[in-house]
Write a protein that binds this ligand. Structure first.
Ligand code: PMP
Length: 323
């Protein structure tokens, strides 16, 4: 779908996958005016296909658009575009039973040719799709994490709450640092004090204190994950207490050592829920729940996945069926 100044959104088309032809002076290539989303289509027990909370992705896409000085796409248009593509590609949605899905990547780029720094006057909204395998084919396995003090992902007043490529470009070197420390993922801390836990590379974090789960509050420099939001509610359905709060790296280490912090997990569209195992930082190294996936982590993972794949009743109205 195209957007042009004065005309708005127009000329939506469903076309076979193929390369885009891009002018070397396309403004996206120079000034990174780009935003994206990620969501999954799952096959249900009755053979039909559904998306999980696509309206929430559409709303976050509008928030990202505003921050990047781009035009907002109506929620209905975003969802209708996802719908049309999934319908066309139904055969690529895996059979019910596993965790496989068809991953959708809606995105918007500036489409004006020019070398001045200002918001473009033309944009392109596209959706592409790719089959996604189960994240943990051999069973859920904890990840190891590195608490990054050398790099920050986002600063107050910056773009951390938007889903834009620049945030991920800023993360690559930190991710390489985490790998050099022998860790799978980087954990971001706040930009001012390098003390407050924000999120993981592509997932939000939860801290399990017995039957209470706590996730870092939305400070403006981390992404408001849809999985994060869903879990605040699913946890309550299962009888846990769930809340947003502030967790420092010192508290993380201390509460693990004194046994009050029983599990830590990360959550996002890709893995749904990933347990955190080994934690490494400049203050030392420790293990969550003996390096095994915790009981609360696995219970929440199953509960959310069952709603997403249609195995459990969806009391929240999160399921969007493809007609
Ligand atoms: N934080 C970041 C930086 C991410 O890229 C993602 C993945 N979109 C998340 C958190 C989790 O968000 P969601 O649950 O909407 O996938």
């Amino acid at each position: 779908i195209k957007w042009t100044e004065g005309r708005g959104w127009h000329d939506g088309q469903l076309v076979p996958y193929g390369p885009l032809s891009v002018d070397p002076a396309n403004m996206t290539l120079h000034y990174a005016q780009e935003i994206f989303e990620g969501l999954k289509a799952y096959r249900r027990p009755d053979g039909s296909v559904s998306l999980f909370r696509p309206e929430a992705n559409a709303e976050r896409f509008q928030i990202s658009a505003r921050r990047l000085a781009m035009p907002e796409l109506p929620v209905e248009t975003f969802v209708a575009a996802c719908d049309a593509l999934v319908k066309q590609d139904q055969a690529w949605v895996p059979q019910h039973g596993g965790e496989e899905s068809l991953y959708l990547r809606p995105f918007m780029i500036a489409n004006e040719v020019g070398l001045g720094v200002r918001p473009a006057n033309e944009y392109l909204f596209l959706v592409i799709a790719s089959p996604a395998g189960a994240y943990f084919p051999g069973g859920v396995k904890p990840v190891s994490v590195w608490l990054s003090e050398n790099y920050v992902r986002a600063v107050p007043g910056g773009m951390g709450f938007a889903k834009t490529g620049g945030n991920y470009a800023a993360s690559l070197l930190a991710q390489a640092e985490a790998a050099a420390k022998g860790c799978d993922q980087v954990v971001w801390l706040d930009a001012l004090e390098h003390k407050w836990v924000e999120e993981m590379g592509g997932m939000n974090l939860y801290f399990v204190y017995g039957d209470k789960i706590v996730t870092p509050e939305l400070t403006g420099s981390l992404l408001a994950g849809i999985t994060r939001d869903s879990l605040l509610r699913v946890a309550r359905d299962l009888g846990y207490t769930s809340e947003e709060g502030r967790i420092s790296t010192e508290q993380w280490k201390r509460d693990t050592e004194n046994g009050t912090l029983t599990e830590v997990f990360a959550c996002g569209t890709a893995a749904v829920i990933t347990p955190v195992g080994t934690v490494k930082s400049t203050a030392g190294e420790w293990q969550q729940s003996g390096g095994e996936p915790g009981e609360v982590t696995l219970r929440l993972r199953k509960a959310l996945l069952d709603i997403q794949t249609g195995k459990a009743e969806d009391v929240h109205g999160w399921t969007h069926r493809i007609a």
